[in-house]
Design a protein around this ligand. Structure first.
Ligand code: F6R
Length: 259
């Protein structure tokens, strides 16, 4: 696992540069898209690079998760968030961006179909991730099976409180259920790139990087991934025991290596 500690703008540029390098070498790559606030600067940077010629025309993308039961036109439905924040700002082909269907009649079937759709592409090449203050990735809340696949989950009170800011501050308006890629689904991606900023994420980041692997902090499963990159600002890095070592390692990293 590589840990890079830098200002938020630099982190977004690093993540976007990694995606640009991937798409330039392999235009048919499969991207994994996260919602929430963590990837927004990355999406701004990708939209800027698209204006400079970066094309998504042959790429495909899969979302991490979706609320269950939000009306199709709800602005916080993740399908609409992804459309607004990135898909509509670049040149993905129609239908190239997919997400789990949180309004399906048969939710179990929708989850199985989603797993099959990801597998049919050969899998995600680069997965963007954020992390919840309770250590969730996608919506794999504490207690999630480390071997989980796409399924329905119940959001914790903590996550619903954290996300109330997207619903005018009303916790009661945040859905209670979601469909989410499982931890094993996420672990199948070839490269994981997680972004975290702000002091509220410091404990979760400490556990992710330095804690014991445990379903209590689901993101810790990333320690088992052969290519995981954790991009954090100073505040999110403030509880890392080996912060100085991570800083030194990144400063001395050869230029050719990339993320
Ligand atoms: C969103 C997702 C979540 C968020 C996490 C952090 O698709 O999968 O795991 O990444 O809740 O959210 P923010 O970035 O808003 O702090």
């Amino acid at each position: 696992m590589e840990v890079v500690i830098a200002p938020a703008g630099d982190l977004a540029r690093l993540a976007a540069a990694s995606i640009e390098a991937l798409l330039t070498e392999h235009p048919r790559s499969v991207l994994g898209l996260a919602t929430g606030s963590s990837p927004l600067k990355v999406y701004d940077e990708l939209a800027r690079r698209h204006k400079d010629g970066l094309s998504f025309a042959h790429a495909r993308a899969f979302m991490l998760d979706e609320y269950v039961g939000l009306p199709a036109d709800h602005p916080e439905r993740y399908r609409n968030v992804i459309e607004r924040e990135i898909a509509s700002r670049v040149d993905f082909a129609p239908g190239a961006v997919q997400g789990p269907d949180g309004n399906a009649e048969d939710l179990e079937r929708a989850c199985a179909d989603y797993e099959a759709a990801i597998a049919a592409t050969g899998g995600v090449d680069l997965q963007l991730l954020g992390i919840g203050t309770d250590g969730h990735i996608a919506f794999n809340e504490p207690g999630s099976s480390l071997a989980s696949r796409t399924r329905i989950k119940t959001l914790t009170r903590q996550t619903r409180e954290d996300n109330a800011r997207f619903f005018g501050g009303a916790v009661g308006d945040v859905p209670r259920h979601c469909l989410t890629q499982g931890l094993a689904t996420i672990m199948s991606a070839k490269h994981l790139v997680l972004l975290a900023t702000g002091r509220a994420k410091a404990e979760a980041v400490h556990q992710l990087v330095e804690g014991p692997i445990s379903a209590m902090w689901p993101a810790t499963i990333m320690q088992m991934h052969p290519h995981a990159t954790v991009l954090v600002d100073d505040a999110a890095a403030s509880r890392l025991q080996l912060a100085d070592y991570y800083r030194q390692t990144y400063a001395e990293k050869p230029d050719w290596q990339g993320l």
